[in-house]
Design a protein around this ligand. Structure first.
Ligand code: MCA
Ligand code: AMP
Length: 534
């Protein structure tokens, strides 16, 4: 079998089917490159890069990474898709690195996932020296990616050969997620899980080959990878990839070119779209075209954090679109969703269990299953959508499952008579959701405590219209240190943490109250300093 063959994974087989039905069918539009890539070219480029990866790792004989991890730092766009598909084609586990992480955090993810190869896109050249050094020290291979370009009529892409499918329970993807412990954990899913997660959404939200997704989400989380990229390509639709979210670009795309049909985003993005419309579009010549363009989209989904009713209402008033809300988590993909039919979108609710996903509520203290309606309980989930393990953390994995195999999400919800779920928040105050990102308060505290001038700290999430929650730090400084200021503190932390984790609110105090056990009660702290936002 040729080294550049593709295993018969459902994703690749479907891509081939779509390409055979329509050889000109575009899989990816790369907004940064200004180029379009067919499904045929995507398969061919993935197969070629697979071969290069195997050669770089001297695996030409076996032709199989055998679940070896490949960490890659590639911007949102066609090169990202090819890299991810090539890793899967080579039988490896894909570890996408976060493009907004400073080097410290990249090195943490690399150290923890222990990849055999790091792939770096030239757009991140500034990281080459530290990442190369880390690979030399730990005998990892290092590769700089040669960006791909659109095939031409003179040298059209050719279908690669296909080889048999390896076992579907092979590990495929590792996404780093924060929990109630201070260090992010690698959440591992298999090909079977990924395919289920994507197919389940295709069935529920009826993705079609005629669909066209404008993709603006980061590609180191489920929302962007599964709902956005994988489900769209599995269904034979086109994904138009932008490097990041920019409200002006989205409004202009909706306004001028009616081709797009789907948009997936977090509530902060919808808040920004509303804001941009009010400040730059309302009352201008573009207003009618912008409203009409947005109103023709087939599907707009909001998730990753609670959607505030005022944002939902304002967006609907502008576009005539009722956002579809759904609930998910890195460990389960998507679990609950409102209906495709707008009549089945209940305000404040994330809907019903998706097909094939089992969801139940249990009592926090006893674990007893709750059958009644309108009672708060812990959400637990079971099904082929659920992850396999936290990488190299068997105890942490076991802790998150009940003895009868349900995954404990840590989210609190209640159900109404129709079985629709209403999220009430998280059981742990140490998990903050800001801009759709999950942040461990303990991780931020640990980074702050590492600074010389900080003696004590409590990090809490406080309510915020734009971000959902903001990361706020209550700090006691060491004696005889210069008064801390937010801006300079943020600047220092930029070396350590992704921008979204860095506190944007700072309160300097003389002491942080503790209980008899010496623990800080975060709820009391938040209420004391931000009574209307706690
Ligand atoms: C960035 N900034 C912030 C935050 N993030 N300030 C307060 N709170 C924040 N959370 C600041 C930066 O420090 C910077 O400030 C300025 O805002 C611009 O930073 P930038 O990184 O450019 O932010 P942005 O582009 O404005 O990003 C906003 C965003 C982004 C587009 C909403 O956060 C985003 O893409 N969020 C999506 C996250 C996501 O996909 N989550 C899914 C995971 P300065 O200039 O002063 O430095 S959850 C999931 O996958 C599950 C399965 C699910 O259910 O979906
Ligand atoms: P993550 O672990 O980063 O994937 O984030 C998952 C968490 O985001 C869930 O456990 C919820 O707390 C939250 N979440 C996801 N979707 C929603 C939603 N529609 N409404 C409220 N919270 C949500």
């Amino acid at each position: 079998m040729s080294l550049a063959s593709l295993p018969s994974l459902p994703l690749f087989l479907e891509a081939r089917k779509h390409a055979q039905a329509n050889p000109d069918k575009i899989a990816v539009i790369d907004a940064t490159k200004g180029q379009r890539f067919t499904f045929v070219q995507l398969l061919a480029d993935a197969a070629a890069l697979k071969q290069r990866i195997l050669e770089a790792l001297h695996l030409t004989e076996t032709g199989d990474l055998d679940e070896g991890r490949i960490a890659y730092l590639v911007p949102n766009g066609y090169d990202y898709v090819v890299t991810q598909w090539a890793v899967w084609a080579a039988g490896g586990v894909s570890v996408p690195l976060c493009t907004s992480h400073p080097v410290q955090e990249l090195l943490y993810t690399i150290g923890d996932s222990d990849p055999s190869l790091i792939i770096l896109h030239p757009a991140f050249e500034k990281f080459e020296v530290p990442l190369r050094e880390s690979s030399t020290n730990s005998r990892r291979s290092f590769m700089t990616l040669t960006p791909f370009t659109q095939a031409t009529n003179e040298s059209p892409a050719q279908f690669p050969e296909f080889s048999p499918f390896y076992a579907p329970d092979r590990r495929a993807l590792m996404i780093y997620t924060s929990g109630t412990t201070s260090n992010p954990k690698g959440c591992v899913t298999t090909h079977k899980t990924i395919t289920f997660q994507a197919q389940c959404l295709i069935n529920a939200w009826k993705y079609q080959p005629s669909d066209h997704l404008i993709h603006v989400l980061p590609l180191h989380h489920i929302h962007g990878i599964i709902n956005g990229l994988t489900a769209t390509l599995l269904s034979g639709a086109t994904v138009e990839m932008h490097p990041k979210f920019d409200p002006a670009t989205i409004w202009s795309r909706w306004q001028n070119q009616g081709s797009s049909t789907m948009f997936f985003a977090v509530p902060t993005i919808y808040a920004r779209l509303v804001d941009y419309f009010e400040t730059h579009i309302r009352g201008t010549k573009q207003e009618t075209a912008a409203r009409e363009g947005a109103s023709t989209l087939r599907l707009l989904v909001s998730g990753s954090a609670a959607l505030p009713t005022p944002i939902k209402t304002k967006f609907a008033a502008i576009t005539g679109q009722t956002l579809l809300e759904r609930y998910g988590m890195t460990e389960i993909g998507m679990g609950l969703s409102c209906g495709l039919d707008p009549a089945q979108r209940i305000d404040g609710s994330v809907g019903w269990p998706l097909p094939g996903v089992q969801v139940r509520l249990t009592e926090k203290e006893t674990g007893a299953v709750i059958d009644s309606t309108d009672v708060d309980g812990m959400i637990e989930v079971k099904g082929d959508n659920v992850f396999s393990e936290y990488w190299r953390r068997p105890e942490a994995t076991a802790k998150e499952f009940t003895s009868d195999g349900w995954f404990k999400t840590g989210d609190v919800a209640r159900r109404n008579e129709s079985g629709a779920y209403f999220i009430q928040g998280r059981a742990s105050v140490d998990i903050i959701k800001s801009g759709g990102y999950k942040i461990s308060a303990l991780e931020v505290e640990r980074k702050l405590l590492a600074l010389d001038d900080i003696q004590e700290v409590a990090v809490v999430g406080i309510a915020d219209e734009e971000w959902g929650q903001r990361v706020a730090a209550v700090v006691k400084q060491r004696a005889n240190t210069e008064p801390l200021e937010l801006q300079s503190l943020r600047a220092r932390l930029k070396q350590e943490m992704a921008p979204y984790k860095i506190p944007t609110v700072l309160k300097i105090v003389d002491g942080i109250e503790r209980n008899a056990m010496g623990k800080v009660n975060k709820k009391t702290v938040a209420q004391k300093y931000w009574p209307d936002k706690a």
